[in-house]
Design a protein around this ligand. Structure first.
Ligand SMILES: NC(=O)c1ccc[n+]([C@@H]2O[C@H](COP(=O)([O-])OP(=O)(O)OC[C@H]3O[C@@H](n4cnc5c(N)ncnc54)[C@H](O)[C@@H]3O)[C@@H](O)[C@H]2O)c1
Length: 314
């Protein structure tokens, strides 16, 4: 049985990833430091879910290189799925140093522990945000992605480049997955789907940037299937877009949420900051060809599943 170590396991995507790897027959260990960006109780509930699915959990901080090295010594993983990060585009504008510390230096600790422990392969999460406003649409992996718009995206792009060097220099196999606007049950409270659902239920106002904005909303179940497929197809160093490939206007997404909830959200018009992309649109041809990535959940179905979770649990 192969052992997978999932970083960021108490988070939104990490908790789903742990469940998916456990279901796929991996001995699954999750790690997280309960970063205070959002409520620890939400993360503790996520940890309870992964333990119920048969995964083990350890609390550790990837910014601490010694702690990360000893975590690898103790757990001896075959595969790493590195999702731990400071997320949040707008928060990164206020605290850029924190994003570099976790997303660049923390990733370096993980890559270093992986190569010293002869880990077979690493799958790590990057983001569609690495494509700045100069990128051709749909976004393709060969785009230089040389001008990210915020510290968050820049830190993720830097981590990608570092991973490429770890492959060429030390032979570590790394697949970087660029994730496109992931949503679904256990979604992060700072993201639009959660804010909309809370607004439908409680009447709290949601800032709405002028646009028209569209996003390539991708359901979390499709994303974690892609992470498992990436772990099972070592490719040397590779970058793969994981996105549905069907951008949907934010206005349409809001209508879907209002229909699922039975009431509309309260929206407050705001000017769009220069750091906010108008469109995200994945060309996921490479992921389909190389690992068999095949997202199946429509925005209509995904929003209903999100609302069902929110209404009963959040
Ligand atoms: N949600 C999305 O739409 C989206 C889109 C693109 C990329 N991503 C990427 O996917 C990954 C997961 O994102 P998410 O939305 O689940 O966010 P999340 O914040 O829910 O999960 C990230 C987890 O990492 C943990 N973490 C942070 N710093 C850590 C540290 N120093 N040591 C150990 N753990 C630490 C946090 O406590 C958190 O539980 C991230 O790498 C993010 O950049 C997410």
């Amino acid at each position: 049985m192969q052992r997978v170590l999932v970083t960021g396991a108490a988070g939104f995507i990490g908790s789903h990833a742990c469940e998916a790897f456990a279901a796929a027959g991996y001995d699954t260990v999750g790690v997280d430091n309960f970063d205070p960006y959002y409520d620890r109780r939400i993360k503790q509930t996520n940890v309870a879910a992964i333990e119920a699915a048969g995964a083990h959990f350890r609390e550790a901080d990837i910014r601490d290189a010694e702690a990360t090295a000893s975590l690898f010594d103790v757990t001896k993983p075959d595969v790493i799925v590195h999702l731990a990060a400071k997320a949040g585009v707008r928060n990164s504008e206020k605290f850029p140093a924190e994003y570099v510390r976790t997303n660049v230096n923390g990733t370096q600790s993980v890559l270093d522990a992986a190569r010293r422990n002869d880990v077979e392969r690493v799958v790590m999460a990057s983001t569609s945000s690495v494509y700045g406003s100069a990128s051709a649409i749909p976004f393709q992996e060969d785009d230089p992605a040389a001008a990210p718009l915020q510290p968050y995206a820049a830190s993720k792009r830097a981590a990608e480049i570092l991973a490429g060097t770890y492959c060429s220099l030390y032979g570590l196999q790394v697949t970087v997955t660029r994730l496109f606007t992931v949503y679904g049950p256990r979604g992060r409270p700072d993201m639009m789907p959660y804010m909309l659902a809370r607004s439908c239920r409680d009447g709290t106002a949601v800032p709405l940037f002028d646009g028209p904005l569209e996003r390539d909303w991708t359901y979390v179940g499709d994303i974690v299937n892609g992470l498992v497929q990436a772990a099972e197809h070592p490719l040397g160093f590779e970058i793969l877009n994981l996105g549905r490939g069907e951008p949907v206007a934010l206005a349409e997404f809001i209508d879907e949420m209002a229909a699922a909830a039975g009431t509309p959200p309260v929206l407050e018009a705001r000017e769009r900051p220069a750091t906010e992309l108008l469109t995200t649109f994945a060309d996921s041809t490479r992921a389909r060809d190389r690992i068999g990535f095949n997202p199946t959940v429509s925005v209509h179905e995904g929003v209903e599943r999100f609302w069902d979770w929110f209404a009963t649990t959040a």
